[in-house]
Design a protein around this ligand. Structure first.
Ligand SMILES: [Zn+2]
Length: 60
């Protein structure tokens, strides 16, 4: 999976206090579908992939 760098220092992006662009997936850099609970900071996609290794069980 391609990882997009979102770090402010590396990209030179302007720091925003609110809104889109302030939080991103630690794993792939996606802005959409972020899961911030449990301090995960991962998107839904990555969460699904890492959830099992983190000890989360599927509850469908
Ligand atoms: Zn992701």
């Amino acid at each position: 999976m391609k990882i997009k760098i979102r770090d402010y220092e590396l990209t030179g992006r302007k720091k925003l206090a609110h809104g889109k662009g302030t939080r991103w997936c630690k794993r792939c850099g996606a802005f959409d579908g972020l899961i911030c609970s449990y301090d995960l900071m991962l998107c839904r996609k990555c969460f699904r992939e890492v959830a099992f290794s983190l000890g989360f069980r599927k509850y469908e």
